[in-house]
Design a protein around this ligand. Structure first.
Ligand code: SF4
Ligand code: SF4
Length: 353
């Protein structure tokens, strides 16, 4: 049986003060005038020390993944003879506030960083092991959300659930870990609720064979993205399930034996990401890169892990593309292409790669 509490804003601030001794608390916050245009605000994940700093009304532009996989981080320092691991800037545990879709994305991030290819990503793991989660109850719909179509509207990854109220917050505690912080709080009847329906409904494509996949790769539906997509990478940097990164060595002087190695968030949409030695490039056109990104989410991830979509329907890619390219419409286009492809296969139409 879980316990639930009602706290005023002042009590929440006292709670945050107590929690902050052991936990660095991360949550979406509003940055006034920090948006794309003059006087526009933006919503980003930041460390918070007060309950009122949390933004409840709008979705964050970037997802909470940047807490576990920072946009830029130093991995180690090196000299010609030695190297030294970079320490974490903060030794405290992490308490991360997120919506159900974002919390579910942690399962996908875990697969990619911890269960892929037999080696665990050390730098992800050392942050992940510190992470605890609080799920934020969604009381509104956001532009482009379709979590209910993917079953990511509900999550079991959280130590407690929090609902915003006019006077403070209601909290449903799910783990004994945080119980001590609520010993003086007023108990109430409350159960965190999850969204049951989105305005946007998406039939996530199911590719049923290698032949369907290969025919889809060369389908003309991808042509339009060569003209429309500017390959800015914003959709992938904002996405809570994209994990591309790059590493760069920074040299402190002309002596290239002394410096540090940094890892930075990157994007398979940006030219040069897949360029190898000898200037060999796998995906030469924007269309190739867009198709790769989408089919990785629809097919490639599932082919590796057998757990379904590499997407939680958070809607950020739809909402944030500067060229108004709709990911959900791309999924609808794939479904239409698959109907054609299945008919071709049925009729025995020959196919050459
Ligand atoms: S789809 Fe949109 S956000 Fe993504 S790379 Fe293309 S233009 Fe940028
Ligand atoms: S692909 Fe789009 S909708 Fe899916 S998780 Fe990424 S940003 Fe969200």
């Amino acid at each position: 049986m879980t316990k639930s509490y009602a706290l005023t804003v002042a009590e929440m601030d006292t709670l945050f003060e107590a929690l902050s001794e052991k936990y660095a608390i991360y949550a979406p916050t509003r940055l006034h005038n920090g948006g794309r245009y003059a006087l526009d605000d933006t919503i980003l994940y930041k460390e918070v020390t007060k309950y009122e700093e949390i933004e409840w009304q709008q979705r964050s532009i970037f997802s909470m993944k940047e807490v576990l996989t920072p946009l830029s981080q130093t991995l180690f320092y090196f000299t010609e003879e030695d190297f030294k691991e970079a320490k974490l800037k903060d030794e405290r545990e992490l308490l991360i506030f997120g919506r159900a879709c974002d919390l579910n994305s942690v399962k996908i991030q875990d697969q990619i960083f911890l269960e892929n290819g037999g080696e665990q990503d050390y730098f992800y793991k050392r942050l992940r092991e510190k992470a605890h989660f609080a799920v934020m109850q969604c009381d509104d719909q956001y532009d482009g959300c379709f979590c209910c179509s993917l079953g990511t509207n509900v999550t079991d990854i959280h130590d407690f659930g929090v609902a915003f109220s006019e006077v403070g917050a209601k909290i449903q505690l799910n783990s004994e870990l945080f119980e001590g912080y609520f010993s003086d709080a007023q108990e109430t009847l409350f159960e965190v609720s999850f969204p049951q329906e989105n305005q946007l409904k998406v039939a996530f494509p199911q590719i049923e064979s290698q032949e369907e996949y290969q025919r889809l790769r060369v389908h003309p539906m991808w042509e339009e993205y060569d003209k429309r997509c500017i390959a800015c990478g914003k959709c992938t940097i904002a996405c809570n399930t994209c994990t591309c990164f790059t590493t760069t060595d920074i040299f402190y002087s002309e002596n290239q034996n002394v410096g540090e190695r940094r890892r930075g968030c990157a994007s398979c949409m940006i030219a040069g990401f897949d360029t190898m030695a000898g200037d060999h490039c796998f995906r030469k056109t924007v269309k190739d890169r867009y198709r790769f990104k989408i089919l990785h989410k629809v097919y490639g991830h599932d082919a590796r892990f057998h757990t379904g979509a590499m997407c939680t329907g958070c809607g950020r890619c739809d909402a944030d593309c500067p060229e108004l390219i709709s990911y959900s419409q791309t999924l609808a286009n794939i479904n239409a292409a698959l109907i054609e492809i299945r008919q071709e296969i049925k009729e025995g139409v020959p196919f050459h790669v």
